[in-house]
Design a protein around this ligand. Structure first.
Ligand SMILES: C[S@@+](CC[C@H](N)C(=O)[O-])C[C@H]1O[C@@H](n2cnc3c(N)ncnc32)[C@H](O)[C@@H]1O
Length: 223
């Protein structure tokens, strides 16, 4: 079982009566993330799977802006799955599916009901999990994305072996001190993983506070 740097609801805002948790970072990052997703997603139809959804605020907010897409939030932590369910009920949106338990530390993870995905989204997960989670996310994107589908990953990243800001270097050090398996990932390593699995790192969009949205595209399968 993974250990968590964040268990929402343990500090900060108490949960709403119905169990909705609040992630302070959501309020700072969701508009910038949406600006990165919208050019690809806004006019699309189909299914979007979010991994490590946390409170559920991103999935519900983005679903409200994309009525032709169905969003499938997921996490592996019980309190987060309950919060996602509570946000889903609160929003009352027909295009948000019930949360499902997906553990990215499992190489064979899958999603329900399955089938080719228009997009996948993973926000602030890869630096607080072992490298195997990155490997399994990319491998899962190769298995589950439709040809031309996109995997969007948000967080702090290194570029070609270098941190993009001193604050990210300090953050990386603090993460590795807490857990030797965690750390800010390098886009070069993620790009190599993706290339080996039939995906391409198509875009690296700078975000506020030295974060990025990485967009990986699923190449058509040969034949
Ligand atoms: C920092 S939180 C980010 C949550 C949410 N994406 C957000 O930005 O508000 C990291 C999330 O990753 C989840 N997580 C950690 N390890 C995971 C794993 N192996 N598989 C799936 N989710 C995981 C945690 O439960 C937590 O909800």
């Amino acid at each position: 079982m993974s250990r968590f740097v964040v268990e929402f609801g343990k500090d900060g805002m108490p949960p709403a009566e119905e169990g909705r948790l609040d992630a302070p970072a959501f309020h700072r990052n969701h508009e910038a993330i949406w600006a990165a997703l919208a050019p690809f997603l806004a006019a699309k139809t189909g299914e979007v799977l979010e991994l490590g959804s946390g409170t559920g605020q991103h999935a519900v907010t983005f679903a409200a802006r994309t009525p032709k897409l169905t969003w499938h939030p997921s996490d592996l932590q019980g309190s987060h799955l309950a919060s996602i369910a509570a946000w889903r009920a609160f929003a009352g949106l027909a295009n948000v599916a019930p949360p499902q338990c997906i553990d990215l530390s499992r190489p064979d993870w899958t999603w329900t009901p399955g089938g080719p995905l228009t997009a996948m989204l993973c926000i602030n997960v890869l630096h607080i999990s072992p490298w195997a989670v990155s490997e399994n996310l990319i491998a899962g994107a190769a298995r589950h994305l439709a040809a031309g589908g996109r995997l969007f990953v948000y967080g702090p990243f290194m570029r070609d072996g270098a941190h993009t800001a001193p604050s990210n270097a300090e953050f990386d050090m603090s993460l590795r001190t807490r857990n030797a398996e965690w750390g800010v990932r390098d886009t070069r390593d993620l790009s190599a993983l993706a290339g080996a699995r039939g995906l391409a790192l198509a875009d690296m969009l700078p975000m506020p506070a030295n974060n990025f949205v990485l967009a990986f595209t699923r190449r058509p399968k040969p034949g």
